[in-house]
Design a protein around this ligand. Sequence first.
Ligand SMILES: NC(=O)c1ccc[n+]([C@@H]2O[C@H](COP(=O)([O-])OP(=O)(O)OC[C@H]3O[C@@H](n4cnc5c(N)ncnc54)[C@H](O)[C@@H]3O)[C@@H](O)[C@H]2O)c1
Length: 293
Amino acid sequence: MTIDDIQTIGVVGAGQMGRGIAQVLAITGWNVLLVDVTEEALENATRKIWQGVMKAVEKGALQGNQAGSAMARIQPLKQVKHVREAQMVIEAIPEDADMKRALFAQLGHLCEPSTLLASNTSSISITSLGTASGRPDRVVGIHFMNPVPVMRLVEVVRAAETSDDTLELALALVRRTGKTPVVCNDSPGFIVNRLLMPMINEAIFALEAGVATAEAIDLAMVEGTNAPMGPLALADRIGLDTVLAICEVIHHDLGDPKFRPCPLLRSYVEAGWLGKKSGHGFYLYEDKTAKVT
Ligand SMILES: NC(=O)c1ccc[n+]([C@@H]2O[C@H](COP(=O)([O-])OP(=O)(O)OC[C@H]3O[C@@H](n4cnc5c(N)ncnc54)[C@H](O)[C@@H]3O)[C@@H](O)[C@H]2O)c1
């Protein structure tokens, strides 16, 4: 199989990552089968993708007439069985290893043996997803960054049994979207989250210890290190449930206490304060799409 044999790509999970991935793939020219278990997520995704596509038109990155055809290439669906039509599937459901393994087992039964199965996981073992699928040579990590339409990097993760052919197809897909692939081996948190999560987690420890306010911690990192946003605002944008899940995987899988998640992060998640998506995290948001207030 070559990249030109891929006409249709399934994206499973239409949350903030899945809808961004769907938008980028449709603008690049692929047909996208976008699956989510909730109607609300699919409606929200369609609205957000339309806004994203219109933004690309405003910026001159897309012609007006291309916007409609990109939207027409995306089919929102409630049942995963429909992705059997795709030559490749990218999974973007929550950062929960059991949930992902169950989905990969289902995809392994549903899809053609040649279909490539990719995960957008931030930290979970791609090797374990490959085993669950029953076709480990066709499984690879394709880890987009948030927000997907903006961020250039994509980590392409080679698991224990990922074939050279699968890796090459994943790299070709990323290059065709105009993004920059970086290959790494299957290790908890890969490159970016292994470095980023300890920084975010330490910012939460600093907040908990009363070192400074959330605003002061973020301002210090923005002005002092030229970061585009502070670690606490970034955590709110990623989703505090996702941050906690990633920290837990890195901590558990590497077995090193230096990666233990801050108890304050756990309390926020238990309270339902998930960041921007719930309207409340380290900052309050007037609505779920508002900027930090
Ligand atoms: N949020 C980030 O900044 C970020 C960045 C890179 C990678 N990731 C990874 O991407 C994945 C998704 O993260 P997100 O932030 O988009 O999460 P999210 O909570 O915004 O979206 C997840 C979506 O998956 C849906 N879902 C749950 N189970 C499903 C199933 N069995 N079939 C179909 N849909 C299902 C949910 O309804 C929800 O809409 C996670 O693995 C996460 O670690 C997240």
